[in-house]
Ligand binder design. Structure first.
Ligand SMILES: Cc1cc2nc3c(=O)[nH]c(=O)nc-3n(C[C@H](O)[C@H](O)[C@H](O)COP(=O)(O)OP(=O)(O)OC[C@H]3O[C@@H](n4cnc5c(N)ncnc54)[C@H](O)[C@@H]3O)c2cc1C
Length: 468
């Protein structure tokens, strides 16, 4: 019988498969996508957040455990499991050596709004190169990879023990242990609609959502396992959601649809009004809340407005925004109510208290007597040409997931399964109850992928021991 079955084909699944194989287990990986689209959201990624006490090749200075933990605690508002979070943080210290042994290469970050050179290691060639390297390594080590193999059901016994996976084709695959790494449910539009419901304006906000990554993360196994009584963590409306270029395609727009200028300007809604502090914190700690904020606005739309002073200070978006010599003209081009928009900019400009502008620190440029305030990097929007980008909510991944413990064992009735483990987005909600800090998705998937792979190999060995 097969030792370890891994369901999913992204970063977490590959880390689990490689680790289980290194531990001597026979491993099969089932990926629902065809080969050309393999890897789920992982090919879209660029970096991983890692703790370190001293400079480590591409990572500058130090990013100690406590600082990483405080960052996570702050962005999640405390909705995180400390023991699991600290495990993720501690293991991120040494995980890159293992990644390099499987062919992943790193490069330093660029400068700009991202502020990441200290905390995040960038993948040379992006997540696509990382995924390709892992598949190459997995195949070389003898992991059996099957594409176009969506699993629809996982068969458990009364003790939560994994028995077999049932594919859409009806095929039943038995194994001594299983790792579920099948992502979130962000591509399941029906489920998103149900979770977000109808708002007081009679809108179904989720109908306006774009999906930044794969179309294959439908949450089939998450739903299946929750229906079988596995314990849930998180809330179905919590997700990593970015406000992205409204012209993005429905799926797989990836990072080229990002607009990283929000903290340098103001954001207004369809009515031309501001609705949140654009300078609350560094962009990597805030970009993932703006999709949700825009989702709560009328028409689920936002417009990021900057002036010439901001140009050159953020990663230029791939697609040009609207540009105009006057704010009135910009309002017309963006379809905004002119008078309301001009009044918003006037009130904002009048409230700006300029100190020493420095986008690399939480500077002292802020507004006074304005609601909502802009607490950092507040400078009047007064220098033409003015630019505007129309943005819509872009879901990256959802946080509702399977409850796990430090061995990555899936819990049912608060008891760990002896041989069913979970890694990646499908359990990220244990660490991320809300909010996000850049690069932590890959940290969770890599660390828990490796834990789940090791646990599954051990569980398979234990089963053989029992049988013998
Ligand atoms: C545009 C974009 C940019 C991102 N950038 C970063 C970044 O720079 N750093 C970072 O840390 N995170 C980033 N993320 C988040 C990151 O992608 C995820 O945290 C991470 O890739 C999750 O890995 P995973 O293996 O859990 O899921 P995925 O990589 O999504 O893999 C899930 C896999 O499961 C398969 N699958 C789904 N259902 C089934 C089924 N029923 N049967 C079989 N297979 C199934 C899918 O086809 C897919 O292969 C980004 C995401 C996006 C969309």
């Amino acid at each position: 019988m097969l030792d370890v079955l891994v369901i999913g084909g992204g970063n977490a699944a590959l880390c689990a498969a490689l680790t289980a194989r290194e531990a001597g287990a026979s491993v099969r990986l089932l990926e629902s996508a065809p080969r050309a689209w393999r890897g789920g959201n992982s090919p879209h990624t660029r970096n991983i957040r890692c703790m370190h006490d001293a400079p480590q090749d591409v990572l500058t200075d130090a990013y100690p455990e406590e600082e990483f933990w405080q960052d996570l605690k702050k962005v999640t508002g405390g909705r995180t499991h400390e023991a699991l979070a600290r495990r993720v943080i501690r293991d991120s210290h040494h995980v890159r050596g293992w990644m390099q042994r499987h062919g992943v290469r790193f490069q330093p970050s660029l400068s700009g709004t991202l502020h990441l050179s200290r905390t995040n290691a960038f993948f040379m060639g992006g997540g696509k190169a990382l995924v390709n390297a892992y598949y190459r390594s997995a195949e070389a080590l003898g992991v059996e990879v099957r594409y176009q193999s969506p699993v629809q059901h996982v068969d458990l016994d009364d003790d939560g023990r994994f028995l077999a996976a049932v594919l859409d084709s009806g095929e039943r695959v038995e194994a001594r242990a299983c790792v579920v790494a099948s992502g979130g449910f962000e591509s399941n539009r029906h489920w998103l609609r149900e979770a977000w419901g109808r708002n007081e304006r009679g809108e179904w906000p989720a109908d306006a959502f774009l999906i930044r990554g794969t179309r294959y993360n439908l949450g089939v196994l998450l739903k299946d396992l929750l229906a079988q009584g596995c314990d849930a963590v998180g809330d179905a409306t919590q997700a990593h959601m970015v406000a992205i270029d409204a012209r993005a395609p429905l799926y797989d727009g990836g990072i080229c649809t990002r607009v990283d200028a929000v903290s340098l300007g103001i954001m207004v809604n369809r009515d031309g009004r501001r609705f949140y502090d654009e300078g609350e914190d560094f962009w990597p700690k805030r970009y993932a809340i703006w999709g949700r904020l825009v989702a709560q606005q009328p028409g689920q739309v936002g417009h990021c407005i900057i002036d010439a002073k901001a140009v050159g200070r953020f990663m230029p978006p791939v697609f040009k925004g609207e540009e105009a010599g006057t704010l009135e003209q910009l309002a017309r081009q963006l379809g905004l109510p002119e008078a309301a928009f001009i009044e918003t900019v006037r009130a904002f400009n009048a409230a700006c208290r300029e100190g020493t502008f420095d986008h690399a620190v939480l500077d002292d440029c802020h507004t006074e007597g304005l609601a909502p305030a802009k607490t950092h990097w507040a400078r009047p929007i007064d220098t033409p040409p003015f630019r505007g980008y129309t943005l819509k909510p872009g879901v990256t991944f959802t946080y509702l997931g399977l409850k796990v413990d430090e061995a990555a064992a899936v819990h049912r009735g608060d008891r760990p399964s002896p041989n069913l483990f979970a890694a990646g987005e499908v359990m990220a909600g244990n660490v991320l109850g809300q909010g996000y800090t850049a690069g932590v998705g890959m940290t969770i998937g890599t660390v828990f992928g490796r834990i789940a792979g090791a646990s599954a190999a051990q569980a398979a060995r234990a089963t053989i021991g029992l049988a013998a």
